[in-house]
Design a binder for this molecule. Sequence first.
Ligand SMILES: [Fe+2]
Ligand SMILES: [Zn+2]
Length: 389
Amino acid sequence: MSNGAVDPRKDNHSPMAPDASAASNSHGNGVVPSSAPSHLRLRLNPNTEHNPDRYDGIEMEFNPLLYSSLERYLPSTMLGANRSTKAYYMRQLLLRYAPDGERSRVKKNKEYKDKIMSNYQPMHRELYHMNPAAFFVSSFTKAISENTEEAFRSIISEPSPGVLTFEMLQPRFCEMLLDEVEHFERWVRDTKFRIMRPNTMNAYGAVLDDFGLETMLDKLMEDFIRPMSKIFFPEVGGATLDSHHGFVVEYGTDRDADLGFHVDDSEVTLNVCLGEQFSGGELFFRGVRCDKHVNVESKPEEIFDYSHVPGRAVIHRGRHRHGARSTTSGHRVNMLVWCRSSVFREMKKYERHAPSWCAECQREKKERQRLSIAAINLELQKRVGGAAS
Ligand SMILES: [Fe+2]
Ligand SMILES: [Zn+2]
């Protein structure tokens, strides 16, 4: 499906202009009509009671979920406006604050995706629409529908603190996605299209968001990853995940072999093995660290190795340091969804205290407390000793 499609069930105005005649074009150079409220002020705190509109299916350069998050900050007088009016003003705000470099990057990325989307013919169209009954194993969908910590705990195992694993994908879904990725790679070779790889560390693999799976993966994040993250990773913005980077990585003797020790550019990462036959390729974990402590050595209890099983997911904080051991034979493909929270990233800039999620910060904090208690005790002992003599 086209990511620029207009959802016919909702108002089909372009977000460029609540008054369609005021738009100059649909790609970002729209002129601000004289009615634009230059006095529009965002609220300091989000209106958590307000249930924002969904912005998927309308053409715009920013992520639909960003609009939904931002809507909670609109002044109450604007909340009753229709979706396209709100989207229009929010877009103006975003353009005002997004730096030029970021704006041209967003624009280039959209052009790149549009180019793929208008030429690539998907193989399995059913992958492009979220269909929980066909994608997931029933234990997973059941836990999600119950949406309680108890229900999640019943399907999850936590072999090491902060590393959660559970059965997630049906074999048929894994097969279809593997086919689709192969089909996409073949198209890339045949057309000599220059694709961007998922990140700087992988020479193989593909960004799923770039060939039409963005909407499906947004759903996956919103309805499946976020409810779990809200319970298990609240301190890193688990409840407010609002954008993602979805991709597959391929390992094997004729692909990338391994992956060095690193942290992800995510608050929460979902990593699911799709197959196929392989040996090796274990994921190794080494504890959660903030920027300042990212190179501080691991404690024995933080060292953990996980062996991939097709269909089984691992979910962890992006700052949980990890890497992948060599895939020594066969071919291994994993799907990764890096989930981010714009609210968490914004708040982090103002954080004065050591983050609760960094193991080293917590150790330092405990050490400071221990020293100050020891100093107080020493002082008390001196006084008691002094009084007795
Ligand atoms: Fe990673
Ligand atoms: Zn730290």
